[in-house]
Design a protein around this ligand. Structure first.
Ligand code: FES
Length: 115
């Protein structure tokens, strides 16, 4: 009988932010600078630990490939386009910390699955 490997362990978190760092939604890959900035902002706002912990991940492409940089926030399934440093600041302070989606910058929402 094969030995069962222990399952990975992970601290709880409230939200997960995905940042596209690819070169199609912005030709100069501006998402890379945003991804770095996001780490600073999450630390500044106290969102790296505790019940409001936010995980961040970069992706080489999020399947949109225009109107970037693209940032997606889960579990809400809210997608932001044309994210610059000012909008990223608002996303962190208003959405990730305050729980209020920055509605005017949303271009897509995860559709609920019936059933
Ligand atoms: S390269 Fe950014 S969404 Fe595809």
């Amino acid at each position: 009988m094969a030995e069962t490997a222990a399952l990975p362990q992970m601290e709880p978190y409230a939200r997960h932010v995905l940042v596209c760092t690819g070169g199609y939604c912005t030709s100069d890959r501006r998402g890379r600078a945003l991804y770095s900035r996001l780490a600073f902002l999450l630390q500044r706002e106290g969102l790296l630990f505790g019940p409001h912990r936010v995980k961040r991940s970069e992706a080489p492409c999020l399947g949109v490939c225009n109107g970037g940089p693209i940032v997606a926030v889960y579990p809400e399934g809210v997608w932001y386009g044309h994210v610059d440093t000012e909008l990223l600041e608002r996303i962190v302070v208003e959405h990730l910390k305050g729980g209020r989606v920055v509605e005017e910058a949303v271009f897509h929402r995860l559709a609920p699955v019936a059933g």
